[in-house]
Write a protein that binds this ligand. Sequence first.
Ligand SMILES: [Zn+2]
Length: 64
Amino acid sequence: MACKSCGSEKQRYFSGELSVAFLAIEKLKQAPVYVVQKILVCLDCGYAEINVPTAQLEQLRKGT
Ligand SMILES: [Zn+2]
């Protein structure tokens, strides 16, 4: 599979942790949602892809 940004074939999966915070000013006190998941990173341009697991996705839906 080629990178969606630059078309490179040099992509690799890594394990990653991501803190997803809400952008709206009234949501600043709301705890961020932590996601631990495999991340596909393009080693040429840095473009990255991640799938948010269902449980964390539901947290994001409830927070919006
Ligand atoms: Zn790329």
